[in-house]
Write a protein that binds this ligand. Structure first.
Ligand code: PGA
Length: 258
């Protein structure tokens, strides 16, 4: 499976800045051929950004989807709706939603189900808070998040899933995960999902990616990790040159077959 680079624009832009950034992505990322590039704009701009990316290799992701298919859920947006606009991916269970909006594992699990029902690939975010890290609970937190959100999902192990390890303390801040700390987490995710399904499932249907304050200075240290299938970028994806640099560094490593 190809390595993937995902831009999560969150709720940072308005109409003008979002369409401008989409135009910049379209122009600047033309040369990126090895990586799969995915952008997650805000819901209200999905349609317009989708039209800008039409005819390019850039794919679209929703930042979230509803945990039910349709019905009386004021304010929610269904997986079917975003799929119709062209989203092939959806970010599910982001820590900002889990923490600030009280999203539960049950909701996360429902959202993954809806992604599969609509024909989309979920990007499931997992990761520990700084308190959990201090209590040495990183491993147990990740195992629980994986079991609770995937275990009742229909569609696995046949479908694809992306697991984004995003330690909460390293997201959107000034704290960085030492890239050397990633290998044991990748191993843990592989072990857990292989035990739930099979190693073949992990090798063929799962991509393990990292997200958390990644910029173009630290990106090469992550791209050089052979077990890593991609990166999820927040703040640094709002700056086209920064994002382009992260992408071209990724291409160098992909091109070397690393
Ligand atoms: P960040 O965000 O790169 O700004 O830390 C990553 C994310 O929230 O996915």
């Amino acid at each position: 499976m190809r390595r993937i680079l995902i831009a999560n624009w969150k709720m940072n832009l308005n109409h003008q800045t979002q369409t401008q950034l989409a135009e910049d992505f379209k122009k600047r990322l033309k040369k990126i051929k090895q990586l799969e590039i995915v952008v997650a704009p805000s819901f209200v701009h999905l349609q317009e950004v989708s039209e800008i990316f039409n005819g390019t290799n850039i794919k679209l992701a929703a930042q979230d989807v509803a945990f039910e298919k349709s019905g009386a859920f004021t304010g929610e947006v269904s997986a079917g709706e975003v799929r119709e606009i062209g989203c092939q991916y959806a970010i599910i269970g982001h820590s900002e939603r889990r923490i600030k909006l009280n999203e539960t594992e049950k909701m996360v699990s429902g959202k993954i189900n809806q992604c599969y029902g609509a024909g989309m690939i979920p990007i499931l975010c997992v990761g520990e808070t700084s308190e959990e890290r201090m209590r040495n609970e990183t491993e147990s937190v990740i195992i629980k998040q994986l079991y609770d959100s995937i275990y009742k999902v229909s569609g696995l192990p046949e479908k694809e899933i992306i697991i984004a390890y995003e330690p909460v303390w390293a997201v959107g801040g000034s704290q960085f995960l030492d890239p050397d700390e990633l290998a044991p987490i990748a191993f843990l995710v592989k072990k857990t999902l292989s035990a739930m399904y099979s190693e073949k499932f992990y090798n063929n249907n799962v991509r393990f990616i990292y997200g958390g304050s990644v910029n173009s200075i630290i990106a090469p240290a992550f791209w050089s990790a052979k077990f890593l299938d991609g990166l999820l970028i927040g703040a640094a994806s709002l700056d086209i040159e920064e994002f382009y640099n992260i992408a071209s560094e990724g291409e160098t490593f992909s091109a070397r077959g690393q």
